[in-house]
Ligand binder design. Structure first.
Ligand code: PBG
Length: 331
């Protein structure tokens, strides 16, 4: 590519006026880009603020329905639900994930009854249900078993789909689970239930506040490095994505978000499929901490980071800032 030399070309010309900047913007943000993660807890009329996620609470099912209505009114198309399972319902094998009346299923049904026009995405992994906080079943040495875990994840997915989930999002990083879940959904008559694979999910230090929110941080011993990806790796993310697509994933996710925008761009370039990013709890907490410290303007930080996802190639973003962002986008 060759360009006219200065001063025939002045890059600042199109930036001089607001109308011109608006006209030349390569990407635009809309509430339709957002997926809003919400935490569910037992009880009624319960709101429990989460200390490490200032401004985010766990809600009992009735409160979740109120949030779902807010999402609809703000134009946010989809919610992602995560349960804070009661301690006495957690076990080494996480079988509460298979209970048709578990907290998650009750929340899905309540939302789909009250606000059917809002999409519900459900996380598939055992960590909110296991007594040890790992995403799968352990052998005697503490290793997370792949195939035995996939068998349970199939049951968890069918349970969520039967309750009305629109998108099944496996976040467990077991091998082969997307194909197994797709087969099971087809056989059970859930042909239109989507799969959004957490395809490139890294073993990240940015998940801390989330683990507080679902109550697994105190339980978790060790780390998740035997199944989540090494932050050093990019090529491997492309293989993960390719594998999940070959098994029938409708869309893929990169997680965390901002530290992995290079992965988003590479996945989009390589596959041209819908790519979502999860701006995770630690990223949210970082923005909130910066705003609280006077180190940046919250609204501007939120919109700039969300725009960076769009520029990198994202179809949409999971963010705890979704309601604020939706308001800012339509202001
Ligand atoms: C569960 C899961 C995690 C997140 C989403 N699903 C935590 C983990 O893998 O330990 C993290 C989301 C966030 O930090 O906001 N497998």
């Amino acid at each position: 590519m060759s360009y006219a030399p200065y001063p025939a070309l002045r890059m600042r010309r199109t930036r001089a006026a607001a109308w011109s900047r608006a006209m030349h913007a390569e990407h635009r943000l809309s509430p339709a880009d957002l997926i809003w993660p919400l935490f569910v807890t037992e009880g009624s009329a319960v709101e429990e603020p989460i200390g490490s996620l200032p401004g985010v609470s766990r809600w009992s099912v009735d409160g979740i329905v109120t949030q779902a209505k807010l999402a609809r009114d703000l134009g946010i198309p989809c919610l992602a639900l995560f349960p804070n399972t009661q301690p006495d319902r957690r076990s080494d094998d996480g079988t509460e994930a298979l209970n048709p009346d578990n907290l998650m299923c009750r929340a899905i049904r309540a939302i789909k009854d009250a606000v059917p026009e809002v999409g519900v995405l459900t996380d598939v992994a055992l960590d909110p249900y296991t007594a040890h906080g790992q995403d799968g079943l352990l052998d005697d040495s503490g290793y997370v078993l792949n195939d035995a875990t996939v068998d349970v994840l199939i049951g968890q997915s069918l349970n969520q789909a039967a309750a009305g989930a629109d998108i099944i999002a496996p976040s467990d990083m077991m091998d082969g689970r997307v194909g197994a879940i797709r087969d099971a959904l087809e056989s059970a008559g859930h042909a239109n239930v989507q799969i959004m694979a957490y395809a490139a999910k890294y073993a990240s230090a940015f998940y801390g506040p989330f683990r507080d929110a679902v109550g697994s941080s105190g339980l978790l011993k060790g780390n998740k490095k035997s199944y989540q990806m090494d932050p050093a790796n990019g090529e491997e993310a492309l293989r993960e994505v390719g594998m999940d697509l070959a098994e029938g994933a409708d869309s893929v996710m990169v997680k965390p978000g901002l530290p992995y925008l290079d992965i988003v761009a590479r996945v989009k370039d390589a596959f041209g499929v819908p790519v979502f990013a999860y701006q995770v709890s630690g990223e949210y907490a970082m923005i909130e901490a910066a705003a609280a410290a006077g180190a940046g303007d919250r609204n501007a930080l939120v919109l700039e980071t969300l725009m960076s996802f769009k520029r990198a190639g994202c179809t949409g973003v999971l963010t705890y800032h979704a309601p604020l962002a939706a308001k800012l986008m339509t202001a």
